[in-house]
Each structure stands twice: as structure tokens, then as C-alpha cells.
Write a protein that binds this ligand. Structure first.
Ligand SMILES: Cc1ncc(COP(=O)(O)O)c(C=O)c1O
Length: 377
């Protein structure tokens, strides 16, 4: 049989297909098994189902190749994020977004209120504001593009500043994905994914991951998963690995659709503002271009209409699903402020749109239909 290829030398588009496969051997399977074991015969490196299994290892290997670090799978993106904060000592100072993904922001608000951590909430996309909050902090917790306002953080600059100040730097890379940016190569210590989204890509599971290049940090995070117990079921992990095989091509197609729809929406009088870093007129276009390989497949736009009209619009689409979440093959939108925990910095009439891989003209026709149904003029 021919030998193994060096995956680290391949492009991301090829890595997603080739990584996380069992070693080649005659009659060996191309895909890992779904490891339905709670325990193992003694004497091996794993020992117990809460510590690892072959299916986790396969997905972890794939994400490790994509992000350029060593990875751990968790039961959800939030479990992975909680594990990161669990490493910090009581009272540690964290710099984080004042308008980031609402799950993370809500968790950080609770940790701050209980005095478990001291969180400095800043506008991460304002580089000066972020840099001035770093002195004395133990962790810089970044997210870019920021969900749902799609502001782009100057990752090279703020990661460099965080490291120079002796801060641990974590980056939630869920929206950009390793196809567009690799924060570990920019010097970050930890990269986080809600694997639920683009990596798995079919809105059929909840999983998270952490990746790091630091063996000591990896060991601490592994212990946190082992004893925190936020472990993934092997079936979801297997499905996620299957989803990863098409991740690059899905992302490319969704991104093309997103640029086209953002362009059409930006010329439409029924929209007061389109937020998409891929538009040349977007305030984050230049910074995104300076270090990202693309602009992603999320669009947010402010609709000229009342909250009731925007809700009706989201409910009137027939192809685009009115639901939360993002990163699946199917297009999904929602009015973000329908969630009580969403940042008040997000306008009431903002629709977050996760653009899928459907035909772009079918999507546009559905948007037109929804506008008309809600009498948005
Ligand atoms: C940017 C971002 N990070 C983390 C999460 C949390 O992931 P999960 O729902 O897998 O726990 C989400 C979920 O929407 C997200 O959008």
C-alpha cells in the first residue's frame, strides 16, 4: 500500500477530506468506528470512556490539523468555553466583548457578578479600547467576527499586545472557521469552536472544541474535561467528522451566496444598514482583508420596519428558516433581539442571516416574498 501523506503540508480544502482517518492497512476502514464503549481492557493509554475513544481522536485529529494545534472535543461550544474560564484563578481579570455571542457574554456577566472573575467588557473591534484594557489582565477573550454585529477585531494586533503583556489569549473562531483565519498561527493560546456550526454544518448536533499548541495548557484543559465531565457522545462526534469532509466546499459556496445577497441588500431601500465585512463599503472590509482569507457567510441587516414587521418578515419566508443558530447548509435567519440575553447594543430591527448553500436566486425570491408579506417598503 502507498504510504501516509504529510497532512500539515496540504491546503485546508484537502485537509478536511484527508484528516482524522484510521491508519492505512489492508481491509482497514476509511472511517473510524463509532466507539460505543464506556470502558477498555486495562493497559492502554485511554482506560475509560470519559477520558477518550477512537471516534473522539479522529475528530480531534481533524480539527488539530485544521487549526494547527492539539484539540479536545467537548459536549458543546459552551462546555468548551466554560472549560477555558475554569482554568482561571478566582478574581482573575478577563478582557472580553461587551457585545459578543450572547451565551459567552451572559456566562461572563454571571462570573463577574458572583466575583468569580473580574471582567472588563470592551468593544473588541475598537483596538485602542481593547489595548488599554489589557494591563493587569490574565486573559484576553476574543471573538471575531463578533456575533451578531459582524465587527472584525484586529486579531494580529490585539493578540500580539495580549501576549506581550503576559495575558493568555483565547479566540472563538466559530464564525470565521480555519478556512478564513488561524488564530494559533497569530500567537493565540487557545482556539474555540462551536463545532455545532460550520465545521459539522448540518444543524443536527451540538459539540465544541478547544485547540492549543501549548502541551501544558492542553493537559490542564484535558483534566478540566475529564473531571468536569462535559464529554461528547461518540455518535455526534462521528456525524461531525462526516460533516467536516465537505466543510471547505460548503463554506466557499455559502460565502459566495452571502456576498451576493449582502450586495443586493445593500442596494435595497427596505434595509437601513447591511453588516457584512465583504462589502467594500463595510467599515471592517479593510481590516478583514488584511489578515482573513474571506469574509464568511453571516450577514446582519437592519430592516426599515417595526419589530412586529421584522418578526412577521422572519416568519413569512418559506425557504429560509426562522430559527436561531448558524453555519448549516440551510439558510436561517432571526431577529436577534427576540432573545432577552442579546446585547442591547444590537438594534431591535437587526436580522441575523446565516446564508446556506441554496441557489442564490431562490434565496433572493424568498427574501422578496418575506418583505412583501410583512409590508416592508
Ligand atoms: C460564536 C459562538 N460561540 C459559541 C457558541 C456556543 O456554541 P454551542 O451552541 O455549541 O454551545 C455559539 C452558538 O451560537 C456561537 O455562535
Amino acid at each position: 500500500m502507498s504510504g501516509e501523506v504529510d497532512l500539515s503540508k496540504l491546503t485546508t480544502e484537502t485537509q478536511v477530506v484527508a484528516a482524522g482517518r484510521p491508519a492505512k492497512q489492508p481491509d482497514g476502514a476509511l472511517n473510524p468506528p463509532i466507539a460505543l464503549n464506556s470502558t477498555f481492557h486495562e493497559g492502554g493509554p485511554i482506560g475509560y470512556g470519559r477520558y477518550g475513544n477512537e471516534t473522539w481522536s479522529a475528530l480531534e485529529d481533524a480539527i488539530s490539523i485544521l487549526e494547527g494545534g492539539k484539540s479536545l472535543i467537548f459536549s458543546s461550544g459552551m462546555a468548551a468555553i466554560s472549560s477555558v474560564f475554569s482554568l482561571l484563578p478566582d478574581g482573575a481579570v478577563v478582557v472580553a466583548a461587551n457585545n459578543g455571542y450572547q451565551g459567552t457574554t451572559t456566562l461572563l456577566q454571571k462570573l463577574h457578578e458572583s466575583k468569580r472573575l473580574e471582567v472588563r467588557f470592551v468593544n473588541l473591534a475598537n483596538t485602542d479600547e481593547t489595548l488599554s484594557a489589557i494591563p493587569g489582565a490574565q486573559m484576553l477573550y476574543l471573538e471575531s467576527p463578533i456575533n451578531p454585529l459582524l465587527e472584525v477585531v484586529d486579531l494580529p494586533t490585539v493578540i500580539r499586545a495580549g501576549k506581550a503583556a503576559g495575558c493568555g489569549v483565547a479566540v472563538d473562531n466559530t464564525l470565521a472557521t480555519p478556512l478564513l483565519q488561524k488564530p494559533l498561527t497569530l500567537g493565540a493560546d487557545i482556539v474555540i469552536h462551536s463545532v455545532t456550526k460550520y465545521l459539522s454544518g448540518h444543524s443536527d448536533l451540538i459539540l465544541g472544541s478547544l485547540s492549543t499548541t501549548d502541551p501544558e495548557l492542553y493537559a490542564r484543559l484535558e483534566q478540566s474535561r475529564r473531571f468536569g465531565g462535559a464529554i461528547a457522545g461518540p455518535f455526534e462526534v462521528w456525524i461531525a467528522l462526516r460533516g467536516i469532509r465537505t466543510f471547505a466546499i460548503r463554506m466557499q459556496r455559502s460565502q459566495e451566496n452571502a456576498l451576493e445577497l449582502a450586495t443586493r441588500l445593500s442596494k435595497d431601500g427596505r434595509i437601513t444598514k447591511v453588516r457584512y465585512p465583504g462589502l467594500p463599503t463595510d467599515p471592517y472590509n479593510l481590516i478583514a482583508k488584511s489578515f482573513m482569507k474571506g469574509f464568511g457567510a453571516m450577514i446582519s441587516f437592519d430592516v426599515k420596519g417595526t419589530v412586529d414587521q421584522v418578526d412577521l418578515m422572519c416568519n413569512s419566508s418559506r425557504l429560509i428558516t426562522n430559527a436561531t443558530s448558524l453555519g448549516g447548509v440551510e439558510s436561517i435567519w432571526e431577529r436577534r433581539r427576540r432573545w432577552a440575553t442579546e446585547s442591547k447594543l444590537v438594534p431591535e430591527n437587526l436580522v441575523r442571516f446565516s446564508v446556506g448553500i441554496e441557489n442564490v436566486d431562490d434565496l433572493w425570491a424568498d427574501i422578496e416574498h418575506a418583505f412583501t408579506a410583512a409590508k416592508i417598503k
